[in-house]
Design a protein around this ligand. Structure first.
Ligand SMILES: [Fe+2]
Ligand SMILES: [Fe+2]
Length: 241
């Protein structure tokens, strides 16, 4: 990774960036207008083309951005940014209200804040209650993320439900949670689920049903346990037309 200074702010650019080089102006990556907005809010970029991010999303992620970056490895943080960008695009494509777009951006930027905690720290935030939660502490990172977000002062139920639900799923009345869930499993860096990503830009519920089924089928095909919360969501959405 290479760092450079940009008007007293440090911007991180990965060397493998396909569209960015150290010699390029930041405005070659995003629009001048966006660059000014991000600069004014001291946002750090990390090889992510944020063009197209809604103004609502920019306003929401600005005060959280640095804190999340410190919580994660650069690789994971890059994933979080791609999820945030895609979740925002899904929200825009599905006519989310301003309030929904704001909640989507907040949940997306925060969704993995507990992902890299060690077992002890994870369990301090989310106590394991069933076998699969005890066997692998990472299973709990959505629940732990919810608890950590609350410690950070986040109190909107829809956002907290979406953070927790990005691992086990949310009920289909939570459009914010569905957008984050889909973005997490289909963001371009994963190199899978392009069909789900494209479907989500046209039909949020169908894409969500497909994403949950995909996860259940994947786990079952490998003989891995499926969390009961995921099965509950799967059963509930399977009954929807
Ligand atoms: Fe996650
Ligand atoms: Fe994630």
């Amino acid at each position: 990774m290479q760092d450079f200074s940009y008007d007293n702010q440090i911007y991180f650019l990965q060397q493998h960036a396909p569209t960015v080089s150290i010699d390029q102006s930041i405005t070659q990556v995003i629009s001048q207008e966006q660059a000014e907005l991000l600069k004014s809010k001291a946002i750090v970029l990390q090889n992510i083309d944020l063009q197209g991010l809604s103004a609502e999303a920019v306003d929401i992620i600005a005060p959280l951005y640095q804190r999340v970056a410190k919580q994660l490895t650069p690789k994971r943080f890059a994933h979080v940014l791609r999820v945030t960008k895609l979740a925002d695009a899904i929200g825009q494509a599905n006519d989310f209200s301003t309030t929904e777009l704001q909640a989507t951006a907040k949940a997306a930027i925060l969704h993995d804040i507990a992902r890299e905690l060690d077992c002890e720290a994870m369990h301090a935030l989310a106590e394991p209650k069933i076998a699969c939660e005890s066997e692998c502490h990472l299973v709990l990172h959505g629940k732990a993320g919810r608890a950590l977000a609350q410690q950070w002062g986040i109190d909107e139920t829809v956002v907290l439900d979406a953070i927790e639900g990005h691992t086990f799923g949310v009920l289909p009345d939570n459009r914010v949670g569905m957008a984050v869930y889909i973005a997490d499993v289909s963001e371009p860096g994963r190199n899978v689920n392009q069909d789900i990503r494209e479907l989500a830009l046209e039909d949020l519920l169908s894409a969500y049903k497909k994403a949950v089924s995909c996860k259940v089928n994947y786990l079952q095909s490998r003989g891995k346990p499926v969390h009961p919360d995921t099965l509950r969501v799967h059963d509930e959405i399977s009954q929807l037309s």
